[in-house]
Design a protein around this ligand. Structure first.
Ligand code: ATP
Length: 640
């Protein structure tokens, strides 16, 4: 609710979520309060980048000279001022940016709050809370800003308690000046050495000079007052980190730059820092994160790598720098060849960018490939976080699909660790022609699938595919190294041709004789009618009497479920019921099927057989109450 303030400003309430957040900032004790400075400097640097870009097409916007971030510590007033000559904010920007939760990092933070303030406060480090973190150290904050190109300036002011005011102000140049009146227990952030240390730790990589002005006192001579002077020094290197040579950048600097550039709070799992010269010239400083970024599975599948041209920031929204299946990468690509005045629109289908993108993609995949051989453990960690996304490349990058599938890792019944397809092939059994897999969203459920029983018994390895994308790339790539992928939930799994590990196999088993089986199958078909496609015997079951499988030429059952869930498929295809001729229940049914009146006595048990196979698939029953009745009758009969 807006209302007129005494100073003629407009008083506005924070969005409810912001109030909640600010309450935490004001009242909780967080040990790493110094991060507020990182946030403010990072925002100031982004603001300068934005103005530099805008000024490419409108030089008049650049009225303030070279970019810099200027910090002034005023011990008397207990004030710390952070000023930049970047893009600035108008009144609406101030309200939208400093009155609501607009950024995903802060939203992620809010989502994770538990209500236990001790626990919650630790999340600040993991998610960051942007500008609002200033209220950990300041009890009063003013932000005076003038947007480049505007003449009006505005001051935003708050104590972090429920509301803020916005009023017109005077400011001679575009940019933003933030004044923090520090809390009693935060005056350490006025000390030159402390400020130096914080800036060096978190912001050394910032490509704009960060100047620090502090008061320096020199003792006066006998009878004279001490001399107090203002001293300004530039604290950071001020050189874009990606233009430094590889050996000059420490791990800590990479970590800080990664956090700045990706707005993330984990550490990079892998760093790629290199420069290309020749036909094309560009620098790359990219990171593979440790944790999955929040927007990883957003349908927009957006890239976040920032594009610079000759050190000038252009965009972080170019979908042409890397293919979507590498959208987890974070960092910077700085081209020497693109024109400086390139507009974001011009980047689409730009041949220079395309060539660069192709080369960078090749390099990323090459690096992953190398890592998969030389540092399997690190590769598996990265694959576990991003494999599901990289596999999209098998589906959509025809040129690199072979390379991606070769490096892909999968869960399997062989062991707890991941396997490559090459390693799977090395372990294939004599007589095994296909690469067997089962797909579904939950690996633990997959491991219990009845269809696996026969494979386990024969020691035949089955890949457990748990990512939705698996069903899609399998359509594009039905074979690997001349071997066909076969779903074990489909017919034709030809287990009989594979030599078994165990000796107590097939022969010793007393199965239902062929003739009796034929009678039983006829009976089952009669009872089930068109509820199933076909009824067959199978050797894929051991402890289970019957299961449902898709026809050999039909769509895999998991794929069908996925498509139905997305309304892309209406009718399911009929499944085949496969029965286990070694199972006691099937033996008993086969005996009964020979008697007269079998159709009537076996109707309920046969329907139950189908019901339980349906339940095992995790599918709902068509008629649960009929199932309950059948089950009760059967149990009652059994108990007599
Ligand atoms: N010095 C500044 N100059 C211009 N705009 C600013 C400045 N500081 C903040 N802003 C604006 O306020 C917004 C919110 O800032 P905040 O630090 O809360 O989050 P953020 O910077 O968007 O996210 P992150 O902290 O992940 O970088 C920024 O996106 C920016 O638009």
């Amino acid at each position: 609710m807006a209302d007129q303030d005494l100073n003629n400003g407009e008083k506005l309430g924070f969005e409810a979520e912001v109030s909640r957040l600010l309450h935490m900032m004001v009242h909780s004790v967080y040990s790493d309060r110094e991060i507020f400075l990182r946030e403010l400097i990072s925002n100031a640097s982004d603001a300068c980048d934005k103005l530099r870009y805008e000024a490419q097409s409108d030089a008049a916007l650049m009225s303030g000279g070279d970019f810099s971030i200027d910090l002034t510590a005023d011990k008397n007033e207990k004030r710390l001022i952070i000023a930049d000559n970047g893009i600035g904010m108008n009144r609406d920007d101030l309200i939208a940016n400093l009155g609501t939760i607009a950024r995903s990092g802060t939203a992620g933070f809010m989502d994770k709050l538990t209500g236990d303030s001790k626990q919650d406060v630790q999340l600040i480090g993991q998610f960051g809370v942007g500008f609002y973190s200033v209220f950990m150290v300041a009890d009063h904050v003013t932000v005076t800003s003038r947007k480049a190109g505007d003449t009006a300036a505005w001051t935003w002011e708050s104590t972090g308690e429920g509301s803020y005011t916005v009023k017109e102000a005077e400011k001679t140049e575009a940019g933003t000046e933030i004044t923090l009146t520090l809390k009693e227990d935060a005056v350490e952030f006025l000390d030159k050495y402390r400020l130096n240390q914080v800036i060096k730790t978190y912001s050394d990589h910032i490509a704009i000079p960060i100047n620090l002005t502090t008061e320096e006192t020199t003792p006066g001579a006998e009878g004279e007052d001490d001399k107090v002077e203002l001293v300004t020094e530039t604290v950071n290197e001020g050189q874009a980190i990606w233009t430094r040579s590889k050996g000059d950048v420490t791990d800590e600097q990479h970590e800080e730059f990664y956090r700045h550039v990706s707005h993330a709070f984990d550490s990079p799992a892998h760093t790629m820092h290199y420069r290309v010269e020749g036909m094309q010239a560009y620098s790359v400083l990219m990171y593979i994160p440790t944790n999955q970024p929040q927007d990883l599975f957003d349908p927009a599948r957006k890239n976040r790598v920032k594009l610079y041209v000759k050190r000038v920031y252009i965009t972080d929204d170019s979908q042409d720098i890397l293919p979507s299946y590498l959208r987890f990468m974070r960092g910077v690509v700085d081209s020497e060849d693109l024109p400086l005045n390139v507009s974001r629109e011009m980047l689409q289908n730009n041949p220079t960018l395309k060539r660069m993108s192709g080369a960078i993609t090749k390099k990323v995949l090459g690096e992953l490939d190398k890592m998969s051989e030389k540092d399997a453990e690190k590769f598996e960690t990265i694959w576990s976080a991003f494999g599901a996304v990289i596999k999209e490349g098998i589906y959509e990058d025809f040129e690199r699909r072979d390379q991606i599938i070769k490096m892909a890792r999968f869960k399997s019944t062989h062991s707890e660790s991941l396997t490559s397809l090459d390693a799977y092939i090395d372990r294939m059994k004599e007589g095994q022609e296909s690469l067997y897999y089962i797909s579904g969203a939950d690996v633990n459920a997959l491991k219990k699938s009845p269809q696996l029983e026969g494979f386990k018994k024969k020691g035949v390895e089955v890949l457990l595919l748990e990512d939705a994308v698996d069903d899609f790339w399998l359509q594009m790539m039905p074979q690997y190294e001349g071997k066909t992928f076969k779903s074990i939930t489909k017919g034709g799994s030809d287990l009989a041709d594979i030599k078994s590990d165990s000796t107590d196999d097939e022969t010793s088993e007393d199965k239902v004789p062929e003739g009796d089986l034929t009678t039983l199958i006829t009976c089952i078909k009669e009872v089930l009618g068109d509820k199933v496609g076909d009824v067959k015997t199978t050797d894929r079951l051991v402890g289970t009497a019957a299961c449902l499988v898709a026809d050999e030429n039909a769509m895999d059952m998991h794929m069908e479920r996925l498509l139905k869930a997305h309304n892309q498929l209406e009718d399911s295809q009929k499944k085949n019921l496969e029965i286990n001729p070694s199972h006691d229940l099937i033996k008993k049914l086969a005996d009964k099927a020979k008697e007269s009146g079998a159709l009537e006595t076996l109707a309920d048990p046969i329907l139950l057989l189908l019901d339980q196979a349906t339940i095992l698939e995790g599918d709902p029953l068509d008629d649960p109450s009929a199932f309950a009745k059948r089950l009760s009758t059967s149990m009652a009969n059994g108990l007599v």
